[in-house]
Design a protein around this ligand. Sequence first.
Ligand code: SAH
Length: 401
Amino acid sequence: MRPGRSEEKRTEGQTAAPEEKKAGCPYKKKCGGCVYSGMEYPEQLKRKEQAVKKLLSGKGIVHPITGAEQPLYYRNKVTASFGFRNGKLIAGVYEKNSHRVVNIDHCLIQDERADRIIHVIRDLCVSFKIKAFDEDSGFGLLRHVMVRTARKTGQVMVILVTASPMFPGSRNFVKALREKCPEITTVIQNINSLRTSMVLGNREKVLFGKGYIEDELCGLRFRISSGSFYQVNPEQTEKLYEKAIELAGLTGKELVLDAYCGVGTIGMIASRDAREVIGVELNADAVKDAEANAKTNGIGNIGFYANDAGAFLEDLSEEGVKPDVVLMDPPRTGSTPEFIKSVCGAKPKRVVYVSCNPETLARDVDVFRRYNYRMEEAWPFDNFPLTEHVETVALLKPVNG
Ligand code: SAH
C-alpha cells in the first residue's frame, strides 16, 4: 500500500510518520532492490552499521552510522526498462537476475516526479504507437527511460534510450510530454543498439533544452550530463562530503588529488581549503562537466584530466608530482593495487577514501597496509535507505607519519 507523506520535522535517522516506518514494497521479491523494505528504519541502520563494523573494526575505529532524514523517495536517478506483457506496454525494472520487465506503478525510493513522468511516457507510447524494444526479436524502439532530477534547482532531465537513431514523430512526442510534465527542463534521445546490459549507448541527440541539468551541493553548482556519475541521494551526500573534507585536514597549503572525481564535486569543495587540486576521471563527458563546473563556480585552483586513475598517478609520480592529500572515491569494484602503490609512493600525509562498497574498501585498506598506511577511522552513511547498500568514508595515514 502506498504510504502517506508526513510534513512533520524528522530527527536524524528516524521517520516520523508511523505508516512510513515499516514501508513495505509489493515488488520487493521480484525487483530485489529494497531488501530492507518492511523493516523499521532504526533496525536498517543498525544492520548496516554492524555490517561495516564486521568488515572494518579490526582495522581502525568505526563510528556510528549517520541515518537519513528522508528514508523514502530519495533517489534522484531512476531508470525504467520497457517491455510488453499480455499485449500491454509495461515499464519498470528487470526481475532479479533476468531480463523480464516487472511493471512498477509506485516505487518507495525513487523521486516521485520521476515515477509520474515514466507513467506519462508509458501512456504516450501507446497513443504514439511506439513499441518497446524486444531483445529477442530485435523489433521495437524504446529500451529504457532514465529520469534525473536536481533537488535544489528543480531541473529534470529525461533520457529516452532507443534501439535505433530513427525516432519518427519525436518532435510531437516531446511536445506532448512537456505539456503533461512541464517540470521537464531537458529531453535527450540516447541511442543504444548493442546487445548489452548497459543502459546508455554512446550516441545522443538533445531533443529539448540544454542537454544537462544543474544541481547544488555544499554551496556549489554542478552541471550533470546524461552519462556522468552523480550521487543519488544529495541530502546524505552533503553530510558525507563534509565529513570527507573534515578528515582531509586541509590548511590551504596542500596539493590535493581527487581521484575518480566524476563531475568534480569533492575536489571543488576541497579547493576552498587547498592550494591546488588535480582531478582525474575515466569518463570524458564527466570531465567536460567538471571543467564547466570549475568555471561556473569561479574556481581557479583546480584542473581535470580524463584518464585511468592508476595510469595517471604513475605518470604524476614519474614527473615527481606528489600530492599532500589524496581523496579517492572509486566505483563499487574498488581501486587497484597499482593505484594504491602509486598513492603510497607519493607519501601523502592523509588519504580519504569514500566508498560505496565496504567489502572492496576493506580489501583496499589491506593493500594500503602493505605500504604502511593504516585506516584510523571510518564513518558509515546511509545514502541508500531500504536497500542493503551503505557509503563509508575512511581516513588512512602513514603508520609512522
Ligand atoms: N567522486 C565523484 C564520483 C564517484 S563515482 C562523486 O562523488 O560524484 C566513481 C567514478 O569513478 C565514476 O565517475 C567513474 O566514471 C569513475 N571511474 C571508474 N573507473 C575509473 C578509473 N579506472 N579511473 C578513473 N576514474 C574511474
